[in-house]
Write a protein that binds this ligand. Structure first.
Ligand code: 1PW
Length: 214
């Protein structure tokens, strides 16, 4: 069963990450943010309790879209050009609440850490048993990644939200890719691309010592 025409499908979202990486192994911000916009729509479909999760992602995507449309837009075509521009102009290490706007680098770093969670979660979903619990997969992948960077109160709220996730097969169905088997196959195709985007970003940020930006 194919996804109904016009209906939201996670296939298109994950496809956006496929078009991120250029031949020169640069990560394009346009499709990266497009992928995030789609993920946020998907988070909304999981119910109101997920809105606090999506709210922060929306804010981060918005900051980046403003850079991509702003005066310096040609510097924000790829992650590589952004890092080079912001480092060369001393825009990166500003403390938060210093009155300076959040840099692209620190903002992307948050999305990048969340992408690690998403990747682990989808991988867990793909390889899980039919009767495995989505909430457990989600909590385990969160604890193994993003939770490290979150204070107790956010970790608590996130864990409560995860408990409301539907069973694995229902979850695979709301991805709107087809049957659970088709959704699993699609994840198998799409995940290497997300892993690639994650890997290139991680290497870029590590190389420039940007992995701990406040
Ligand atoms: C079903 C699985 C879906 C995974 C989608 C990933 C969405 C990630 C958004 C997590 C947001 C949690 C609440 C916000 C926390 C912020 O404090 C934190 N942001 C993130 C993205 O980790 C840190 O941002 P800050 O305060 O340094 O600007």
């Amino acid at each position: 069963m194919a996804a109904a025409r016009g209906a939201f499908s996670l296939r298109e979202v994950l496809a956006a990450f496929q078009t991120c990486v250029t031949e020169r192994r640069e990560v394009l911000l346009g499709p990266y943010l497009c992928g995030w916009r789609g993920l946020i729509r998907f988070l909304h479909s999981l119910g109101a309790i997920f809105s606090f999760v999506s709210k922060d992602a929306v804010a981060k995507v918005q900051i980046m879209e403003n850079y991509c449309r702003g005066e310096q837009r040609e510097k924000y075509v790829s992650l590589q050009s952004m890092v080079e521009y912001e480092l060369a102009n001393g825009l990166v290490n500003a403390q938060r609440r210093s009155g300076r706007p959040d840099s692209g680098c620190r903002t992307v770093l948050r999305l990048h850490r969340a992408l690690c969670w998403l990747q682990l979660f989808l991988e867990g979903l793909r390889t899980g048993q039919e009767d495995s619990r989505t909430s457990v997969i989600c909590t385990d992948s969160y604890n193994a990644s993003l939770a490290t960077y979150h204070p107790w109160v956010i970790r608590k709220a996130a864990t409560v939200a995860f408990c409301t996730l539907p069973p694995r097969n229902t979850f695979l169905e709301i991805m709107n890719v087809g049957t659970p088997e088709e959704a699993v196959a699609m994840l198998g195709e799409a995940l290497p691309y997300i892993r690639d985007v994650y890997g290139i970003t991680q290497e870029l940020f590590a190389q420039h010592k940007l992995l701990d930006l406040p």
